[in-house]
Design a protein around this ligand. Structure first.
Ligand code: SF4
Ligand code: MG
Length: 321
């Protein structure tokens, strides 16, 4: 499968300002040199604890926030060099679904207006056409066309996320970045939404980047999974490889906390020491060295390179160099 998206050396640093005149006193390296490729039609999961930079990565890819450095190639175009109007027309093809569907839907607009807005923005001027398309989209996400005249507060959380999905799909995008789309939902609703998203992927040839903090959620839906820690991608490979033979000590620790389907099998539980360090003061060398049970001297000094250790399996760790 050819790549639809290539992310190369992506960085997003935020200034920290302080004092009476708001001088720059430091920076947070929210995303620090992240590279990966997404193939057409796949679902790439990205996992990590909150604050690891996964949402920022998603937003920087779409240029909803401007990357500090790096190159993003989408459909063979270097989108980091596009001007605003070129970017606007490309946005049709790349969409985002947010974690909190309530916050991302305007409470004063009807569903019809909410889903119709991206259609209008991209040139569907006819009210009749828009109304028809909205009805079609509501059906696609499993809602009744009668819902078109209602307001977001009249729906349950799961239904609101369906509305968010309908809005994202309005203009037939190719890539959808899903930023924790089920994290705010009840567990019983989560799998319904995940099943819907999988069905839509097949039906409309979508490619997803699926961001989650919960390994069991990405396991369900992803083809490949990338693991992030403190702004860096530390491991990336096929879902089964990642679950069966994780290589990075951080991935091993994360997985050791996930129950196995067969209760007779047990992984050794790896308990990490301490908390995640502040991204404003990431440890030197390997950012994981302060918590890694296998840390060596070199880990404090030298940042490990994100390298393939075997075919289609990338790891950033000195144990494999
Ligand atoms: Fe642990 Fe060193 Fe590997 Fe980092 S580079 S994960 S500290 S062994
Ligand atoms: Mg987030």
């Amino acid at each position: 499968q050819k790549p639809i998206l290539e992310v190369n050396g992506l960085k997003k640093y935020f200034d920290i300002r302080g004092g009476p005149i708001g001088r720059k006193v430091g920076e947070v390296k929210a995303v620090d040199d992240v590279s990966f490729t997404v193939r057409e039609g796949e679902i790439l999961g990205i996992v990590g604890e909150s604050g690891c930079g996964k949402s920022t990565t998603g937003k920087a890819i779409l240029r909803l926030i401007e990357p500090t450095a790096g190159k993003v190639t989408f459909l063979d175009k270097d989108i980091t060099s596009l001007n605003n109007s070129e970017m606007r027309s490309l946005r049709k093809d790349m969409q985002i679904i947010f974690q909190d569907p309530y916050a991302s839907l305007n409470p004063r607009h009807t569903v019809e207006k909410i889903i119709g807005e991206p259609l209008l923005v991209h040139g569907m001027d006819s009210v009749k056409q828009r109304t028809e398309r909205v009805q079609e989209l509501l059906e696609v996400v499993g809602l009744s066309p009668y819902h078109a005249k209602r307001y977001p507060h009249q729906f349950s959380g799961g239904q609101r996320q369906r509305i968010g999905i309908a809005r994202a799909l309005a203009n037939n995008p190719k890539l959808v970045i899903c930023d924790e789309p089920v994290s705010a939902l009840d567990v019983s609703i989560q799998s319904q939404i995940l099943n819907l998203m999988e069905k839509l992927r097949d039906e409309f040839n979508l490619t997803y980047i699926f961001i989650a903090h919960d390994l069991s959620v990405v396991k369900h839906i992803s083809d490949r999974i990338g693991v992030m820690y403190l702004g860096r991608m530390v491991e990336l490979t096929d879902k089964n490889k990642l679950y069966d033979s994780p290589k990075h000590p951080y991935t091993q620790a994360l997985l050791s906390a996930v129950p196995l389907p067969d209760p007779d099998l047990k992984r050794d539980r790896v308990i990490l020491k301490g908390d995640v360090p502040s991204p404003a003061k990431p440890p030197s060398g390997c950012a994981f060295h302060t918590r890694c049970p296998l840390a060596m001297d070199i880990c404090k000094e030298v940042r490990p390179v994100f390298n393939p250790v075997e075919d289609n399996h990338f790891v950033a760790c000195h144990l494999y160099e």
